[in-house]
Ligand binder design. Sequence first.
Ligand SMILES: [Zn+2]
Length: 251
Amino acid sequence: MAVVTDPRQILDTLRKLQAIDDEIKDVRESRDGMVSNLTRLTAVLEQRDEQLGEMRGKLSEAETWYAKKASDLEIEREKLQKAKTKMSAVSRSREYVAVNRELDNIRKNIGHREDEVERLNTAIEEFRSTIESENEKVKDLRAMAEAEDANSRDALAEMDGKIEAVNVRRAKITDKLENRLVRRYEKIFKARDGVAVVAMLDSSCGGCNMNAPPRLIEAIMRGSSLIQCPYCNRFMFQETAHNADGEAVAV
Ligand SMILES: [Zn+2]
């Protein structure tokens, strides 16, 4: 399809482009919102999963540490047994004092180690229950994300269908414009909250409300060149109405 070259036709085509983008704007926004919601949920789930994995790793380290401490305690208890056997064979009082001191030391040691093992055991139990409850939360979150995904699927497909249908019509419009002009339009559309083509209202820009300089107002009224607002860059046009004779007049 040939591109239009007359400024009036270009502006007219740009207005059609704006109208079709207005038509689909809400659908696009809903779609983007839904997609970003799903993406966010997935990201949160991944992060929680990763944290849960780290917690399980730490628990396993703590369990290894606990096993070592428990076996140290066992060794100390065996030492106590040996010292007790030694004690029963003691005959001289000097030796008795020495073995008794050894027994005392071992008992103290056992006491410390028992405390330590118990503290460790308590901490591990608490950590296990923390992991269990986090695991439940992650499960709930996963179920929620899956439900959300399933719920969104139909709506997304419907919106995609609408967008696709409009895009077919949109392509017929953009085919009439030079590529670089379409790109300029899209840049403005993005930067200016989805409004790239505006009517001039009382000599000011219908987009940013700034007063257009007189020479621009004249050019817009003539419509013989493509005019952009010097402040917000939006394309500007003069709204026209038809009088009783069917002639176009400025409003
Ligand atoms: Zn403006």
